[in-house]
Write a protein that binds this ligand. Sequence first.
Ligand code: DHE
Length: 515
Amino acid sequence: MLPSLSICRARRHDEYAAYFSYPHRCSGCHGSLRKGATGPNITAEKMSKKSLAELEKMIYDGTDAGMPGWGRTGELNREEAALMAKFMQLPAPIPPEMGLKAMKATHKLYVPVADRPTKPEHKRDIDNYFGVILRDAGKGAIIDGGTKKTVAVLDTGYAVHIFRASATGRYFYTVGRDGKLTLIDLYEKKPRVVAESRVCLDARSVDVSKYKGPKGDFVDKYAVVGCYWPPQMVVVDGQTLEPIKVISTRSSTYDTNEYHPEPRVAAIVASHHAPEWVVAIKETGMVWLVDYSDLDNLSMTQIATERFLHDGGFDVTGRYLLIAANMRDQIVVVDTKDRKFVTKFETGTKPHPGRGANWVDPEYGPVSATTHLGEGLITVYGSDPKGHPEHAWKVVREEETGGPGLFLKTHPKSEHIWTDATLSKEEGANQQICVFKKSAFDDGMKCWKATDHGKIVHFEYNKAGDEVWASVWDRKGELIIYDDKTLKEKKRIKGDWVVTPTGKWNVYNTVHDIY
Ligand code: DHE
């Protein structure tokens, strides 16, 4: 994954293996420069204080703090774990930069805009299409949520992290860990990739411009990719993916005002009421409101919040961003209308809401919630400062789940909140699905074992909000579809092509931020 420029920095042959393994397995949590974020600081200076045997054990077996055991998951053998331990005691090689010229050289326009259909070439309901990541196959599937038929399986590139629907719902954008961006046209009879470009060496997020109003019509005009490395965001043409502008995130931490060489772009959400992207800058703890209405005279508001921002989404009104500062055990609230920090509050060990879940609690009114990476806990907080100011941004309920998890999801028409326990180390717990009833949250969860292989991860509703899709995450992957009311299984989508399904996105729910 890392270009040849830096290979010369890895001094011995046996260091190469570790050199190439690090960006795949470790840098997501620890950073390319190893200064720490979701995982701790593991710079050579710190690692040299530990023995090689200690490091090797940690790498092979994992830790109670949540680090995966790469030997136990079968991804590194003993010899490779030992090499990685040695590599940890060497200074971190600095990956190369990537500028507009290099990005433009990767740009491919397979179908020019003028050659694309002007209306759908089929009678299916595009709003109810699902985009599904097939992670280790380097592919993405488009599935019709009505008929459950797979309409296309497309080459999207290495370990796609997320899909985002365009503001019109006509396109899906995908971005992979290698920074490759693709544009999928859903008007085509058989959806296909109509453009691609690689704009980072490591990336996790993408969104589109959604604003139409007095400041102009920006619907599907631009897309923005959030890079982990180089630390920057990249604006591309929303219709062709041609790279347009690079915005570096190298800057200072919100609290100590010290320069950070690697502030990575975590979640990005597109505002519905202003021509802005709401961008979480992980290491510095800033939320940037980036105004895309005049890219040549770029303006942005930089809001100081909390460090190690990760994932989040809007409250039900679309005004407040609720985002996890996961290594600070906090949820941060930003008012995107008044453009300011509101508050932050503790929830549990390493909150991880995904985009979150919004519903109306019978006692506390509109609430939102998060799961946690570090413990089996769902925490619910008031999110209606206008109607229920006494509960706003305060924890109102907490319930145990089946174990440390990654995602939770609900829908305004649903009676339930669905959670996974993907990170649980307890036998079978990560193969369970648990649901809470919105009307009787205190009654606790109802859980069942959904699979005897792989792990359950991530949920998405159909457009009507009466079905829920869950992934069975392994090479023999499956998608399980449940009736949300009765909790009965309706269908399993399986096949050789269903390899490591992770995230899934319904077009309508993604366009309208329904979660
Ligand atoms: Fe994710 C969202 C980063 C590991 C599946 N993940 C996100 C977002 C970020 C992020 C910043 C928010 C994007 C947005 O909304 O714009 N994820 C990271 C990491 O840094 C981390 C911890 C380690 C890494 O090396 O990447 C990581 N993520 C994972 C996984 O292991 C998962 C389960 C499978 C995979 O693809 O590797 C995974 N992440 C997801 C999914 C979402 C996500 C499915 C979107 C949730 C949604 O409902 O929108």
